[in-house]
Ligand binder design. Structure first.
Ligand SMILES: Cc1ncc(COP(=O)(O)O)c(C=O)c1O
Length: 382
């Protein structure tokens, strides 16, 4: 039997920790999940009841490959309301999670062998997806001392003839940092294809919802989805907005590879746009409280956070006082205490001393997790 050359692909280490944690849970161990970026909130009742209605009315067949027009119109309206932009709904493709949108965006805008820049620390799957699709990864690093902001001059200098695209992720997983407006504006003017993964848009604690589209809505690509802001991780629904010139390519790829996004999820997601603004503010306040609590307690443990996470629900922490192999560290703390954390290696090969802590779960779990971590670190005596 042949083995695929893709057998050497890296695993998604956070998923591996999650799966190990689930095995321990099955054996009866209590686990505190601070590893996974999965909001604990229940999906809004409007979304749930509309999904049920859609099911009762047998709305369970394939949709148009681009997705339901009513949902694409609502997405277009969202860009009108928030950024005063007129986005043609026929530029939007509803996808199998934002993951599907990332794949379609890369395939539609680059060719086999092209070089794509990704910004470190990065979402774990980017380099693997780029490799799987036969493109080449080029890393561009950002640093905690710069609040993980992209140095535009250095970025421009790193672009060569081989470079065809750049993927940015603002706000970012794993740092929860947003790039400044000035940087977004400059990036939007680059000659290469810019793919902006904005899945954490709307989860800005400082309430500064931004988008690369503010600066260039015709040539850039936006990826977004329903997993994080609406807590719909398992509904597998995202979207990409492609430039007019390549939308037909994206559509043909979607038809051949996925046919369409999950139909029930598409119907349900139309209700996401009628959730009152005040509910979102309550959610953001709870993230702010959890973030402040976590940073305060990490500082007490000697883990200094020298940057300012403004969005989402992650803190990317330097654990070099405690380990130079955070994967081993995460496995040890999981097996000994039941605390699940994400190892830094997932976010770039030079983050072996880093750990990502997610506070997407409940406050009580966060408190438990902080206690477990603090007790565990006592043995290091720093
Ligand atoms: C930056 C980023 N992009 C994309 C995804 C994939 O999300 P989805 O569940 O929509 O596929 C994630 C998931 O954690 C993410 O953090």
């Amino acid at each position: 039997m042949n083995t695929s050359e893709l057998s050497t692909i890296n695993p998604f280490f956070v998923m591996e920790i999650l799966e190990e944690a689930q095995q321990l849970e099955k054996k009866g161990m209590q686990i505190v999940h601070l590893e996974i970026g999965e909001p604990i909130e229940k999906v809004d009742h409007r979304i749930i009841s509309f999904a049920k209605k859609a099911l009762d009315r047998n709305k369970d067949k394939y949709t148009n490959s681009l997705g339901l027009i009513e949902l694409r119109l609502l997405i277009s309206k969202y860009y009108k309301n928030n950024f005063n932009l007129s986005i043609d709904p026929n530029r939007i493709i509803l996808t199998l999670g934002s993951s599907g949108a990332i794949i379609l965006s890369i395939l539609s805008s680059t060719n086999y062998g092209d070089e794509i820049i990704i910004v470190k620390p990065h979402y774990p799957c980017y380099p693997q997806i780029i490799k799987i699709l036969g493109r080449k990864v080029k890393f561009f690093e950002t640093f905690e001392k710069d609040n993980y902001q992209i140095n535009f001059k250095k970025l421009s200098n790193s672009i060569t003839k081989k470079t065809k695209a750049l993927i940015i992720n603002s706000p970012s997983n794993p740092t929860s940092i947003s790039q400044s407006e000035e940087i977004l504006k400059k990036i939007s003017g680059l000659k290469i294809q810019v793919i902006s993964d904005e899945i954490y848009q709307g989860l800005s604690i400082s309430n500064n919802v931004s988008s690369i589209f503010k600066y260039n809505s015709t040539k850039t690509i936006v990826v977004n989805g329903f997993s994080k802001l609406y807590s719909m991780t398992g509904w597998r629904l995202g979207y990409c907005i492609l430039p007019k010139k390549i939308i037909r390519v994206g559509q043909k790829l979607q038809q051949n590879m996925f046919i369409c996004a999950p139909t029930l999820s598409q119907h349900a997601a139309t209700k996401a746009f009628s959730i009152p603004e005040k509910n979102k503010n309550v959610l953001l306040m709870s993230y702010k409280k959890k973030r402040d609590y976590l940073i305060k307690n990490l500082n007490k443990m000697g883990i200094n956070i020298d940057y300012y996470p403004d969005s989402a629900f992650y803190i990317f922490c330097d654990f070099s006082k405690f380990t130079n192999n955070s994967l081993m560290f995460c496995k040890e703390i999981l097996n000994k205490t039941g605390l699940a954390l994400a190892p830094g290696i997932d976010f770039g090969d030079n983050y072996k001393n880093f750990v990502r802590i997610s506070y997407a779960g409940s406050f009580s779990d966060l408190r438990k997790g902080v206690k477990l971590l603090s007790n565990f670190l006592m043995k290091y005596n720093v």
